[in-house]
Write a protein of this length. Structure first.
Length: 168
């Protein structure tokens, strides 16, 4: 990409205290990947429910090992040069939308259904992010695939329904 972003596969944004919320399509893709019903994703400890903006939503349940927290779908690979790479085993087809979108991030104002896209480093220490240019967020959105744009529209409708229910 010539937008100043190039993931180094450091795995930082897939570990620690990151919270990765998932939408219904993401869950459906996880069910396809694991060939199981949604409840089993919770039973296997892949998903949990958590509060966000006054609503209880599903998110990926990070695991802990030796004091480290990490996404259960993160896989490490030791390269020939001795460096450790963090790979997502869901990449690319089954990856949650929010992970697919990074480093692009969307904010929706449901009062008028407007949305803005911002370039936000997926982790404060992300080594893949270069300097942010003035039109980068627009450039990035324009480059998204039709499938991702469809998933974004679908997710917006999902959150809008939740927002309307909260407003009632
Ligand atoms: S923190 Fe940045 S460079 Fe590291 S894996 Fe995430 S996106 Fe890639
Ligand atoms: S689903 Fe993949 S990209 Fe997203 S946090 Fe987990 S390992 Fe990282």
């Amino acid at each position: 990409m010539d937008n100043g972003f190039s993931c180094t596969l450091c795995g930082e944004c897939c570990s620690g205290d990151m919270k990765v919320f998932v939408n219904p399509r993401d869950i459906s893709l996880l069910c396809d990947y694991f060939s199981c019903p949604p409840e089993e994703l919770y039973a296997r400890g892949y998903l949990m429910r958590d509060s966000r903006n006054g609503t209880i939503l599903p998110r990926i349940k990070f695991r802990e090992f030796s004091g480290l927290k990490f996404c259960p779908f993160l896989e490490n690979r030791l390269e020939d040069d001795g460096s450790l790479k963090g790979l997502c085993r869901l990449h690319p087809r089954f990856k949650p939308l929010i992970c697919h979108l990074a480093p692009l991030s969307r904010t929706v104002d449901f009062s008028d259904n407007s949305e803005i896209y911002l370039f936000i480093p997926p982790h404060p220490a992300c080594p893949g992010c270069g300097p942010v240019g003035p039109d980068r967020e627009k450039l990035d959105y324009d480059r998204l695939s039709p499938e991702l744009k469809e998933r974004l529209a679908e997710e917006k409708e999902y959150f809008r329904t939740l927002w309307l229910a909260l407003e009632d």
